[in-house]
Ligand binder design. Sequence first.
Ligand SMILES: Cc1ncc(C[n+]2csc(CCOP(=O)(O)OP(=O)(O)O)c2C)c(N)n1
Ligand SMILES: [Mg+2]
Length: 432
Amino acid sequence: MSTVVSHSTTEGHGILPSTQSPITSKLHFFNSVTGDGKQIPTYRVLDGVGNLIEGAELPQIDRELARKIYENMVLLPTMDNLLYNIQRQGKISFYMTAYGEEATIIGTAAALAPDDEVLGQYREMGVLLWRGWGIDAAMSQCFGNEDDMSSKGRQMPVHWGSPKYHFHTISSPLATQIPQAAGVAYALRRDPLRRGKNCAAVYFGEGAASEGDFHAGMLFASTIPSPTIFVARNNGFAISTPSSEQYFGDGIAARGAGYGMDTIRVDGNDVLAVLAATREARRRCVDNSRGVLIEAMTYRVGHHSTSDDSFAYRPRQEVEDRKRIDNPIARFRLFLHSQGWWSDDEEEALKAQLKSDVMRAFKRAEGMKRHELKEMFTDVYGGEEPANITEQRAELAELLKKYGGAWEPWKAELKKFKDNGESLVQAGAKAK
Ligand SMILES: Cc1ncc(C[n+]2csc(CCOP(=O)(O)OP(=O)(O)O)c2C)c(N)n1
Ligand SMILES: [Mg+2]
């Protein structure tokens, strides 16, 4: 028996304001976007041992691309191991790894155009490395040395950024990048040279998706509309809060339809699924100039950051099991083996090569000085320098003149800068 009343019958009941919604006589509440009360399914291509699952189609990929993806995936833990350890030795102040999320990060990076605008949360160094930024640049950012062009040593480690590689600088307050990305995408749509060509891709954790900024960004991108790919990395935790305590609905994907956005949930540990889903998301996004949402289901294998000990809130065994049972790198390596695109010898050689590259980059970055101290005050804002910056520079110059050569802690600190702070003292004297 149909409970939906046909249009002709509806007419007698008047016209509903501001909706084409059909009339029903059934008193029915709903709480599922699938219509059958089940959870949104997760798109997957490879099983846990690197074989295609039944019915899955292999995304377009050749030996060269597959190997590039794999090499970039392996590079991430190589970098993470070293940077995590040198933080422990006090050589850098802070670090965050991408352990366990290699497929989500590299799979999405590989599906974007190199000049699509990327706004990350912080675990997305792999997107920059994929684009050719280089491990020296990453290392220098973490050390904040004179080679750090992300922010000239004025940001914490992992606050990457590069105009050349279309990667907007990370900012610590969670979710600010989400509405910014919708705005960036809107600007792309208004630019005749980039309209229909580029999109903005924004990464955020499922925790950040609890912020109001997530909703502002989603609403903006769907109503204005603007070509934005929203990539939710659902890695199970927001520091110590498990995702089960972060939402009551069906994850982040369930929210996409609420904004009228094409949405997919994907196995974030299956790099081929992430690649295929992001390619299709990008096609829809750019062709229709609209927002698209991807929820990548993964697991944060590492601690939240170097300031966290996750074994205080999750069992060590759970992490060990995840690493073993569902390792995105091992899964893809088995696929490469099955295609005859990778060998054990190549694995050995890659690991040795990456280790030595990363070690060399570390030594280089560690040996470098910081930018000239006066850079602390440059390009904080675009355009004319505001008076407060000029005042602050002059004040520091005065203090340096007074104490810089006399007080041991300042003397020692100044030696770390390229010019021992001298140009700042001169610039301050000139400004007086
Ligand atoms: C507005 C704001 N609130 C809180 C924090 C502290 N904080 C930093 S990261 C984080 C958890 C984020 O979790 P999620 O978005 O899931 O990302 P993940 O770390 O899992 O990649 C929190 C609470 C912050 N940086 N900004
Ligand atoms: Mg998270």
